[in-house]
Ligand binder design. Structure first.
Ligand code: SF4
Length: 332
């Protein structure tokens, strides 16, 4: 259970039910009032070495930006929702976006306003829309602090149209198993080989736990998906990902197999990740490999086309063999 070292909060949060609840829940935790959750000077000044220390804090504010971004993968819109960042530390996390150290967990208490906008947009649309609500954080993790997912599912169930979707790497799904979700929620479990999880994904659920969680969700009728992401081309990557696919094939329930589609995403990395990881995790494996990666603009690194293509062919072949009836929605 996450217990913050300190809480940085905007004073307006006490005008919201969730804000009051969180302040009460963490009565004993030291608190620092801030002007704006987007710009905490004290955090900006910290060195990369203090990355994990920063993640022990909790930032609570009011979300001001509510712009939906069109999306054409597994949803119609990416929606800024109730949190941003995370208490865990995957070395490739794309929320480690810049030097402002914005990857710590920020909670936004104006959830009514955010869900109302989704419901209004869904009901006014001339077709069934899917909203991605987990692109800025991990909602299963967040739910263990705020119970926001429980609140969301309960308040979205009567919406006439539309679906909500989010990815996760956590297994604490028991809170949502008994809810009447009416088939409107799609949970996509993100997986990686044990070797990668142990060396690169710090503070996240293990592979077996994630598989068990997705089986539980499938059992109670949630729509489910599986992300193999991000694919990291370490030296023996073929062996590792083949082992992963075989494990999924043997441990995923028939119910999940019947309905899950897959997404496969190759890792993108960046100059900023390299800098932070070198100082925050000096003994960890190096994810940037200049032999097989190239710059992709704005300090980003991607696998060179020939290696990515080889990866794509290999993974497609294995998926065809072990999951012949499941759709791969995309490989990027
Ligand atoms: S669990 Fe998701 S949000 Fe958290 S550090 Fe890992 S990739 Fe980032």
């Amino acid at each position: 259970m996450f217990k913050p070292k300190a809480i940085y909060y905007e004073k307006d949060i006490i005008n919201y039910e969730l804000g009051k609840e969180l302040m009460k829940k963490y009565e004993e935790v030291p608190k620092i009032e801030i002007e704006n959750h987007n710009n905490i000077e004290e955090m900006r000044k910290k060195s990369n070495k203090e990355f994990m220390e920063m993640k022990k804090n909790l930032i609570i504010g009011v979300r001001k930006t509510h712009k939906f971004v069109e999306n054409h993968k597994t949803s119609d819109y990416l929606v800024p929702y109730t949190s941003s960042g995370c208490t865990a530390a995957c070395m490739y996390c794309y929320l480690v976006c810049n030097y402002n150290k914005c990857s710590y967990l920020r909670l936004f208490v104006n959830r009514e306003q955010m869900l109302e906008k989704i419901i209004k947009t869904a009901n006014e649309a001339d077709r069934e829309l899917t909203f991605e609500i987990g692109s800025n954080s991990d909602l299963i993790l967040e739910n263990s602090i705020t119970r926001n997912l429980v609140w969301t599912i309960e308040n979205f169930k009567e919406c006439k149209k539309g679906k909500l979707t989010f990815p996760t790497k956590f297994d604490m799904v028991d809170d949502i198993l008994e809810l009447d979700h009416k088939g409107k929620i799609i949970v996509r479990m993100s997986v990686n080989p044990d070797y990668i999880i142990n060396r690169v994904e710090f503070g996240i659920s293990r592979l077996d736990e994630r598989i068990e969680a997705i089986n539980k969700l499938g059992e109670v009728g949630y729509k489910v998906g599986i992300l193999i992401a991000p694919v990291i081309m370490v030296e023996n990557w073929k062996e590792l990902y083949l082992e992963l696919i075989k494990k999924l094939e043997s441990k995923i329930s028939n119910k999940v197999k019947k309905e899950a589609s897959f997404e496969i995403i190759f890792m993108t990395y960046s100059f900023v990740h390299t800098k932070i990881n070198e100082e925050a995790f000096p003994n960890s494996i190096k994810l940037y490999n200049k032999e097989i990666m190239k710059g992709g603009g704005r300090g980003k690194y991607r696998y060179k086309e020939e290696y990515r293509k080889e990866g794509e062919i290999f993974l497609k072949e294995q998926m065809k063999k072990y999951f012949p009836n499941n759709n791969i929605e995309y490989i990027v």
